[in-house]
Design a protein around this ligand. Structure first.
Ligand code: BDR
Ligand code: CA
Length: 313
């Protein structure tokens, strides 16, 4: 039986693990990546678009890439995570220039695609692997967005486990807690892929070596940035293995990795010392929180990145 094609919008802050997620998605035959928005998080939204278009070009692919919000709702962008993702977001690796980004802002592109696919046989799915600013702006532009799209999969949060940018908060949610609160309580058909599960699935130096050994510019770049990403995680976890935050969310969104979920309503703390915490709530729309995933998730992701058809020049 063939898997039905998923029209997918990706919202990202490219980012080493975002880059791995993008490479993974480009190899999934039943995922039709129809638009990409960028947001400030690991790096500013403009540089995230530069990184994204470069990676697409290295695969010989064209997908509309729209630059999204620079600043979080009601705040100012804090400058990203160069200690984790390097000064350019992709581990300091120089990527070739890609094509120019689209003219629409990311939220407008998302709304336009959501409306257009809602009028056809298959609604648009959305995968958000950065802060949720663009999604919140899109909700303002189109309050019916939760009905117009299919499933929204989000990498973010730390629900029953510790955070990564504070004892209780995860980076994507912490970087725009106000936007996250709006999105998580808006009534989307929502799958949240938090640190609770992403820390359980990792790549190591052998994976980086395998990518580099493939020899083409894309995989050499991915392998090199992965080694640098692992350098950071060694300082946190004392092991040379980096969590597959964004690639795992991508594999779940693509239906290639089976998640184990717990259902709960969620709220997001927007003030005080627990800023950015995702908290189970007694009321509100129920969210599917992923707490486990197939043990083979890393193999599924690695194999797709290794077999992806890339440009060999
Ligand atoms: C998330 O934050 C970003 O640094 C990563 O790209 C991932 O989306 C992990 O907390
Ligand atoms: Ca990300």
């Amino acid at each position: 039986m063939t898997t039905p094609t998923i029209p997918l919008f990706l919202d990202c802050d490219t980012g080493v693990d975002d880059a791995l997620a993008l490479a993974y998605l480009l190899d999934v035959p039943h995922v039709d990546l129809v638009g990409i928005g960028t947001v400030s998080g690991n790096i500013d939204s403009t540089t995230a678009a530069v990184n994204t278009t470069a990676l697409l070009g290295m695969c010989g692919r064209t997908v509309p890439v729209a630059v999204g919000a620079h600043d979080p709702l009601g705040g100012v962008y804090g400058g990203g995570a160069p200690h984790v993702h390097g000064v350019n977001g992709v581990g300091g690796v120089d990527l070739p220039a890609g094509v120019a980004a689209a003219e629409d802002p990311a939220a407008e592109l998302l709304v336009r695609l959501a409306r257009s696919y809602a009028a056809g046989p298959r609604r648009l799915d959305v995968l958000a692997i950065g802060p949720l600013t663009n999604l919140a702006v899109a909700l303002d532009l189109e309050p019916r967005l939760p009905e117009l799209i299919g499933t929204l999969t989000i990498m973010g949060g730390a629900v029953w486990e510790p955070g990564n940018v504070s004892p209780v908060a995860e980076a994507n949610i912490h970087n725009d807690a106000e936007a996250a609160r709006r999105v998580l309580t808006a009534g989307f058909d929502l799958v949240l892929v938090p640190l609770d599960v992403t820390r359980q699935h990792r790549f190591d130096d052998a994976d980086g070596d395998r990518f580099i050994a493939a020899g083409d510019p894309l995989r050499v770049a991915l392998g090199t940035m992965l080694h640098r990403y692992i350098d950071f995680y060694e300082t946190v976890d004392q092991v040379r293995r980096a969590p597959l935050h964004d690639p795992l969310a991508a594999a779940i969104a693509a239906g290639e990795v089976e998640p184990t979920v717990r259902e709960t309503a969620l709220d997001v703390v927007v003030d005080g010392t627990e800023h950015g915490r995702t908290v189970p709530a007694a009321q509100g729309p129920v969210v599917q929180v992923v707490v486990g995933a197939d043990a083979a998730a890393a193999d599924v992701i690695r194999n797709r990145i290794l077999q992806l058809d890339a440009v060999h020049a």
